[in-house]
Design a protein around this ligand. Structure first.
Ligand SMILES: Cc1ncc(COP(=O)(O)O)c(C=O)c1O
Length: 418
């Protein structure tokens, strides 16, 4: 260890040596177990952010740890020039969930969306179509193409000129989408529930309308399931949950879906699912990745999937999610001056605030002040935009842990009123 490492705090060392792409909270986390994490001073937190919807089984889950450990001792990586059984087994399990199609594996959500964008351009190429229409307030990643697909100016600012071929329309507004379609439009890319945008679910009629509109104009319908997918809402994909009570639910099919986050339970893993008619478009030489779908990543994703399926965690996400949302709704009734709205499905819940905690820093957004107050009281959450706090916990969250989280929020709001 050099002298800087011994004499400075970890945040100071970050400031000196790590590119400051993140405004990091001043907490250093050193260990996790289940839904708990501990900081450098031994303080314990209830982690309802779970790495921004990533640690789907919680921290240090024995089945995931064992799968990673065993695979690391067997075969960590082989090039995609070779076959290995774990990759095809994972593809079979994911395509079984959707009853058709094929998968391509990558390492992150942005890469998965890049693959969908390339798919759309490749299919549209012969007829001069290349435009992707996505939604305002969406988030699709930080690579150059995905930040151009993202419907938030603050993400794109300073990275111009904009890439050609991206248009943005208001979410949940079919007519706006219809007017944005041009002869050059190749695809529509949409989140079933906008996550970074503050937890806004799509309406069922919007989803069925999207499918009809895409069919009418010959467009691909692409879902970004990176944050809202992988059983978080109580079904494999959020559109399945949203359409559950709709008569068209079972026949509804997108053309492609991007996945990441919860899929690897913390191990970097991404994928795209492409429905059968287009599943062979990305042929040899058109797309690829060195690391995507490695034996180690697939072993992790398989362990996560097996645990979700054997412990019925989609049912838990639905039930505990409903319970957590009802507790938050009750809190809203008790603190109407603070909480404006509670939104979401399953274990993807956003609380929109209209007032912050006592003694809050007026210079920073309400969401950051609330996150800090909750963290100081032992609860980790994820701020979103100016006013929203997100709950994106592990899918095995228990009712008593949901109660504990809401008790912390109640305590913070109570002290703000006294
Ligand atoms: C909906 C959505 N799409 C894509 C991404 C990008 O994923 P990654 O950070 O793994 O590239 C995110 C990340 O927050 C996301 O929420």
């Amino acid at each position: 260890m050099n002298s800087t490492a011994t004499s400075s705090t970890v945040p100071e060392r970050f400031r000196n040596r790590v590119v400051p792409t993140y405004g990091r909270f001043p907490t250093e986390l050193v260990r996790g177990q289940g839904v708990r994490v501990w900081d450098q001073d031994g303080r314990r937190y209830l982690d309802l952010g779970a790495g921004i919807a990533v640690c789907s089984l919680g921290h240090a889950h024995p089945a995931l740890a064992e799968a990673i450990g065993k695979q690391a001792q067997t075969l960590i990586h082989v090039s995609n020039l070779y076959h290995h059984e774990l990759q095809v087994r994972l593809a079979e399990k994911l395509t079984d969930e959707l009853r058709s199609g094929k998968c391509f594996f990558c390492n992150s959500g942005a890469e998965a969306n890049e693959a969908l964008i390339k798919l759309a351009r490749r299919i549209g190429h012969a007829s001069g179509r290349f435009e992707i229409v996505s939604c305002l307030n969406s988030f699709h990643g930080r690579t150059l193409a995905t930040l151009n697909a993202t419907g938030q100016d603050k993400v794109r600012r300073g990275f111009g000129p904009s890439l050609p071929g991206f248009r943005h329309v208001p979410f949940n507004d079919l007519e706006a989408l219809r007017s944005a379609v041009s002869p050059a439009t190749a695809a529509v890319l949409v989140e079933g529930i906008q996550g970074e945008g503050g937890i806004h679910p799509a309406r069922p009629d919007y989803l069925t309308g999207l499918r009809a509109l895409c069919d009418e104009y010959g467009l691909l319908l692409l879902f970004d399931g990176v944050q809202c997918g992988h059983f978080r809402t109580g079904r494999f994909q959020s559109f399945q949950r949203i359409l559950e009570t709709d008569s068209q639910a079972e026949s509804f099919r997108p053309d492609g879906i991007s996945m990441a986050k919860s899929m690897g339970g913390g191990f970097p893993m991404g994928a795209v699912w492409i429905d059968t008619p287009h599943a062979d478009v990305l042929s040899p030489g058109t797309h690829g990745t060195t690391y995507g779908g490695s034996p180690l990543a697939c072993a992790a994703a398989l362990a996560v999937l097996e645990e979700i399926q054997s412990s019925r965690l989609e049912r838990n996400a639905r039930e505990v999610g409903r319970y957590l949302k009802s507790l938050l709704e009750n809190l809203r009734q008790d603190f109407p001056e603070f909480i404006g709205e509670v939104r979401g499905l399953g274990l993807m819940i956003g609380v929109e605030f209209q007032r912050g905690p006592a003694g809050a820093d007026e210079r920073q957004p309400l969401s950051l002040n609330l996150e800090a107050a909750l963290r100081q009281n032992g609860l980790l959450t994820i701020p979103s935009g100016q006013r929203v706090i997100r709950f994106l916990p592990p899918l095995n969250l228990r009712r008593e842990e949901a109660e504990e989280a809401v008790d912390v929020l109640r305590k913070v709001l109570t002290s703000a009123t006294s």
